[in-house]
Design a protein around this ligand. Structure first.
Ligand SMILES: [Zn+2]
Length: 329
C-alpha cells in the first residue's frame, strides 16, 4: 500500500518534526581545524586563495587555538613551514621547527585541545616532493624506503613536542609501520596515528600548496598519491595501513570522494576521517564573495554530506564558522 496512506511529507511539516527525525546531526565535536605554523613570532599572514586562513608563528597559533577551543572544536592539525628547505627536508624533524614549537606552545597554554601534526616532507624539501629523491635518479623518482625513515624521525620529533596524534600524509608504502616502530621504541606507544590512507592525486589541493609553499618543482605526485579513478585500491590502502598500526584512517579530499568515505566506513570498524580540502574551501569562498551562493547554507550542507557519507571526523577550514553557525541554530 502506498499513497494516500503513505505521505513522507507528514514528517517534513515543521522544523520540530524535521529536527526530530533528522538522521545526521552535524556537530563541532567531530571537527578538526587545520593550521599553518611558520617560523618567527608575531607573524600572521593571510593566504590569498584561502580567505580567513593564515600562516602564523607559534605565538599566534596559540591565540587562535584559544578561540578554536572556545568554539567547542576538539582538535587542530598543524602543518609547518621551514626556515630553509633542502634536498632531504631535514627541518621536518627539527625540535626547533615551527610545528614542534607550536605544539609545545599549545601544550604550555594548557588548552583543552587535541593536537594532531601532519607528517610529510613536501613543505620541507627544496623539490617539493613528499619524500626524498635518490641521488643520481635523473627521472626524479621519490625513494620510498629512504623517505619513510625520515618521516619516522619527523613523527618522533612531533611526539617529543607533545602531539597527541601524528598524521602521515606522504603516501609512501610502509610509513605507518615505520612511524609506529619509531614511536614505540622511544616510549611514545600512546601517541596515535591518523593515516592519510586513501589520499588521491587531486587538483583540489591547489590553494594548500600556496599555504604550505609545497608545490613540486618538477613532475607531479602521481607515482605515490592515488589515481582518482580507483575505489577498490582505496580499500586496499586502508587495509594495509590498519595492518601496519594506523588508529584512525582518512580519505582525502572529501567531496569528490564521498563514495570512498562510505565504502571505507562500511568495510572497516575504525574511526574514519575525511579532509574537506583547500580547493573545496576556496570554491565556496570565491562563489560566496561573488554573491552566487549562500555561504552558511552551502557549508553546513557540505559538512553534513561528509558526515552522512560516514566520516566521524572532518578536517575543514570552515570549522570555526560552522561551529559558530551551529551554536546559533
Ligand atoms: Zn606531502
Amino acid at each position: 500500500m502506498s499513497f494516500p496512506t503513505h505521505r513522507p511529507r507528514r514528517l517534513r511539516r515543521s522544523e520540530a518534526l524535521r529536527g526530530f527525525v533528522r538522521e545526521t546531526r552535524l556537530s563541532p565535536a567531530g571537527f578538526v581545524y587545520p593550521m599553518f605554523a611558520c617560523p618567527g613570532s608575531g607573524v600572521r599572514t593571510e593566504i590569498s586563495s584561502m580567505p580567513g586562513i593564515h600562516q602564523q608563528s607559534p605565538d599566534k597559533i596559540v591565540e587562535e587555538c584559544r578561540e578554536v577551543a572556545g568554539l567547542g572544536i576538539p582538535a587542530v592539525i598543524l602543518f609547518g613551514l621551514p626556515e630553509r628547505k633542502d634536498e632531504t627536508g631535514s627541518e621536518a624533524a627539527s625540535p626547533a621547527g615551527a610545528v614542534q614549537r607550536a605544539v609545545d606552545a599549545i601544550r604550555k597554554a594548557k588548552l583543552d585541545l587535541l593536537v594532531i601534526t601532519d607528517v610529510c616532507l613536501c613543505e620541507y624539501t627544496s623539490h617539493g616532493h613528499c619524500g626524498v629523491i635518490a641521488k643520481g635518479n635523473a627521472s626524479g623518482e621519490v625513494a620510498n624506503d629512504a623517505s619513510i625513515a625520515l618521516l619516522a624521525e619527523a613523527a618522533l620529533s612531533h611526539a617529543r613536542a607533545g602531539a597527541d596524534i601524528v598524521a602521515p600524509s606522504d603516501m609512501m608504502d610502509g610509513r605507518v609501520a615505520a612511524i609506529r616502530a619509531k614511536l614505540d621504541a622511544n616510549n611514545f606507544s600512546d601517541v596515535a596515528i591518523l593515516s592519510y590512507a586513501a589520499k588521491y592525486c587531486s587538483a583540489f589541493y591547489g590553494p594548500f600548496r600556496e599555504a604550505a609553499q609545497s608545490a613540486p618543482q618538477f613532475g607531479d605526485r602521481r607515482s605515490y598519491q592515488m589515481d582518482p579513478a580507483n575505489a577498490r585500491e582505496a580499500l586496499r590502502e586502508v587495509e594495509l595501513d590498519l595492518e601496519e598500526g594506523a588508529d584512525i584512517i582518512m580519505v582525502k579530499p572529501a567531496l569528490p570522494y564521498l563514495d570512498i568515505v562510505q565504502r571505507v566506513r562500511e568495510r572497516f570498524e575504525v574511526p574514519v576521517a575525511a579532509y574537506n580540502v583547500s580547493g573545496e574551501y576556496a570554491m565556496v569562498k570565491a562563489a560566496a564573495r561573488n554573491g552566487w551562493i549562500d555561504e552558511k547554507r552551502v557549508v553546513l550542507e557540505i559538512l553534513t554530506s561528509i558526515q552522512r557519507a560516514g566520516a566521524g571526523m572532518i578536517l575543514t577550514y570552515h570549522a570555526k564558522d560552522a561551529a559558530r553557525w551551529l551554536k546559533a541554530c
